[in-house]
Design a protein around this ligand. Structure first.
Ligand SMILES: NC(=O)c1ccc[n+]([C@@H]2O[C@H](COP(=O)([O-])OP(=O)(O)OC[C@H]3O[C@@H](n4cnc5c(N)ncnc54)[C@H](OP(=O)(O)O)[C@@H]3O)[C@@H](O)[C@H]2O)c1
Length: 285
């Protein structure tokens, strides 16, 4: 797939990975529609996407919608279809994350993750797919996460929603491919975006110790996504670490669980020691 003159619809296109992908597509000649809720962030993002265009004849538009509402998702997709036809490329990047120990998380957090990360992806895809399958061409990209490859300590709400995106994508791929529509699922590692900056203060110490603090840039993730789509890859793993992890987990099978248990135990020993040292100094966190 090449991107010149293609119509791309990107949820979460006002920030982070979605915005970087929108700019990369604009730079490759695509007509780009970005969708998110906050109008001010959308306007600022749209200016960046327009600035990245390779030609001023490319259409770039922003639509405000809450994709966790099926009606709003359908209206946003219908607006694109009405003005430019069924999208050639749908990128489901909108998402939220709220880490924390399971026992401290309000049930509302779990519902929000499912409603935005999972159902939002389903609603937008359900609205866009009929036009793509009727035409017999197109590509759908679902942004999952490393947290859909393995259980990430402190991320019960997020992992549940991203494993749901992964399962949905597996079936969608099988159903869409015979109808001429490609599907990709992306497993990004930690990526330097506003979402990542917002989640770090909430991330448990154990998680920081187990997974370290290396990040990819949103531009690097976007470039890998477009390369994967161009090659019609189903699994897209940005960065060498994610590629290796994906293969390693398959080879390890159930052995991954005792390995994770050892990592968690080591991290808990270190955080326990740090808390004890703070307490001794009379400054308990
Ligand atoms: N950053 C990472 O480390 C990382 C790693 C793996 C996977 N991911 C996944 O990659 C995707 C993008 O993440 P990011 O880091 O780029 O996040 P981000 O910078 O926070 O951007 C999230 C985007 O989603 C939009 N959004 C959120 N809720 C929405 C809703 N209900 N309806 C419509 N739009 C909504 C946001 O705009 P509004 O708030 O204005 O609606 C924003 O445009 C997410 O699915 C995330 O889970 C991120």
């Amino acid at each position: 797939m090449t991107f010149q003159d293609k119509v791309a619809l990107i949820t979460g296109g006002s920030s982070g990975i979605g915005l970087a992908t929108a700019k990369a597509l604009a730079g490759r000649g695509a007509h780009v529609w970005i969708v998110a809720r906050d109008q001010d962030r959308l306007s600022a993002a749209l200016a960046q996407v327009k600035a990245a265009r390779s030609s001023s004849s490319q259409r770039c538009e922003a639509l405000s919608a809450d994709i966790s509402d099926a009606d709003q998702a359908a209206v946003a997709v219908a607006q694109v279809v009405e003005s430019a036809g069924a999208p050639d490329l749908l990128i489901n990047s909108a998402g939220i994350v709220y880490p924390g120990y399971f026992q401290t998380l309000n049930p509302k957090i779990f519902r929000q993750h499912i409603e935005i990360n999972y159902l939002g992806t389903v609603y937008v895809t359900q609205a866009a797919a009929p036009g793509m399958t009727a035409r017999g061409s197109g590509h759908i990209v679902n942004i999952a996460s490393a947290a859909a490859l393995l259980g990430v300590y402190g991320y019960t709400a997020y992992c549940g929603s991203k494993y749901a995106v992964r399962g949905f994508s597996d079936v969608l791929r099988a159903e869409m491919n015979p109808l001429g529509v490609g599907v990709s699922v992306v497993f990004p590692p930690d990526t330097d975006t506003p979402q990542y900056a917002g989640e770090m203060p909430l991330r448990p110490q154990e998680t920081k110790l187990i997974f370290g603090n290396s990040v990819l840039s949103a531009d690097a993730v976007a470039a890998t996504i477009l390369q994967g789509v161009a090659r019609r890859r189903y699994i897209i793993t940005p960065g060498i670490e994610m590629t290796l992890l994906y293969r390693l987990l398959g080879a390890l099978g159930p052995l991954q669980y005792p390995i994770m248990d050892r990592l968690v135990a080591g991290a808990r020993r270190k955080t326990g020691a740090a808390a004890a040292a703070q307490k001794k100094k009379g400054n308990l966190l």
